[in-house]
Every structure is written in structure tokens, then in C-alpha cells.
Design a binder for this molecule. Structure first.
Ligand SMILES: [Zn+2]
Length: 75
């Protein structure tokens, strides 16, 4: 199974693994990381940025929805 790093193309390696309970079953997760720690650090940063951006978009959407509802309620 090939799982190259999207940044540098090196074969990604297994990093952290953990298990989570989902109902009656336990699901095992393995996070793959880039063997190049500097590259992985950049990837982590980009992931964090992307999550923050998504949260901001969701927040703005929620606020826009609230504003719209307020406007409708005032009419
Ligand atoms: Zn990499």
C-alpha cells in the first residue's frame, strides 16, 4: 500500500495509533506521518490552519444565519 507524503513524496510511516469506542465495537486508528519531521511539522501547521479556517467559515455562516433570522423576526 503506497501512501506518499503530499508534500515531499516520501513514503509515510505509522505514527500515533489509538483506539476509539464506537457503540459496541472498538475502532483502531493509525495516524501516518512523514518520516521527515520538518516536513511533518509543516503539514501539521497546514492542517491546523485549515481547521481554523473551516471553523471561521462555519462561525461566519452561523452568524449570517442568525442575522438573517433576526431580520426576518423584526419584519
Ligand atoms: Zn513529507
Amino acid at each position: 500500500m503506497s501512501n506518499p507524503c503530499i508534500k515531499c513524496g516520501k513514503q509515510r510511516i505509522d505514527g500515533k495509533s489509538w483506539k476509539e469506542k464506537s457503540g459496541n465495537s472498538t475502532i483502531f486508528y493509525t495516524k501516518t506521518i512523514c518520516p521527515d519531521s520538518a516536513c511533518q511539522k509543516l503539514l501539521d501547521q497546514e492542517t491546523a490552519d485549515r481547521i481554523a479556517k473551516n471553523e471561521l467559515i462555519l462561525k461566519n455562516k452561523a452568524e449570517a444565519k442568525l442575522a438573517r433570522e433576526k431580520l426576518l423576526a423584526s419584519n
